[in-house]
Design a protein around this ligand. Structure first.
Ligand SMILES: [Zn+2]
Length: 222
């Protein structure tokens, strides 16, 4: 299963003693409020209007909230850059809003000279797009309910209950969480949908291979 990326926004937030205590659980020496810059990210929600046709269930969002604490915030999902960790997630929660479950993450970074530009960019709303990156575990087909590979391709329409229904692949569980990234959406205007096209092509190919394999088996290898 490939990794899932969803793009949402980040904004500065002030913190109290409780939040500082959570941050200091992750630092080697205790920091003061003045030494840290904190920001909040509404990372994703359980809405079914997901552009990748892979909506997250409310249970998966609750699971992500537990798994994201302590994870790094980097740039453009580039895990190879060892100097690329900009901040860290110190708390995360699943919040109910308008009938949806949203994943809200709280992040901190030290107020160093090196981070001044980034802090100014976040405050100015220039650096605001972020993207979560994790590996999906259990998924479910919205057409037939299968948790394994089935013939339905997310984003395609199928006859179901007498009407045309777009196939959604629900992500019910998260297997592994990697990082949260600042991304340049402007340079990748189709970043949110490109993955789905690749995924759909891949699933089509997988399906064709399955059909060929079944044909070969049914014909004694001919
Ligand atoms: Zn299916």
């Amino acid at each position: 299963m490939e990794t899932i990326s969803k793009i949402m926004k980040a904004a500065h937030e002030d913190i109290g003693d409780h939040e500082l205590a959570l941050i200091n659980k992750l630092t080697l020496v205790p920091l003061e409020k003045e030494q840290v810059f904190t920001f909040k990210v509404t990372a994703c929600d359980s809405g079914e209007d997901d552009r990748n046709f892979e909506p997250l269930t409310a249970e998966c969002i609750s699971q992500l909230a537990k798994m994201y604490v302590g994870k790094p915030v980097i740039k453009n999902h580039d895990l190879r850059d060892v100097d690329g960790t900009l901040a860290r997630v110190y708390a995360a929660e699943a919040v109910k809003e308008n009938g949806l479950q949203s994943l809200v993450m709280h992040c901190y970074m030290p107020r160093t000279a090196k981070n001044e530009d980034l802090i100014a960019e976040i405050n100015a709303g220039i650096k605001s797009e972020v993207s979560v990156d994790f590996r999906a575990g259990k998924t479910r087909c919205g057409i037939c309910g299968a948790s394994k590979l089935c013939s339905h391709i997310p984003g395609y329409k199928y006859d179901a209950d007498g009407e045309k229904k777009t196939c959604l692949r629900y992500i019910e569980e998260c297997a592994e969480v990697y990082e949260l990234s600042f991304v340049t959406v402007g340079a990748q205007p189709r970043a949110g949908t490109r993955k789905s096209l690749d995924e759909r092509k891949k699933r089509k190919l997988q399906l064709m291979l399955e059909i060929i394999k079944t044909e070969v088996e049914n014909n004694d290898g001919i």
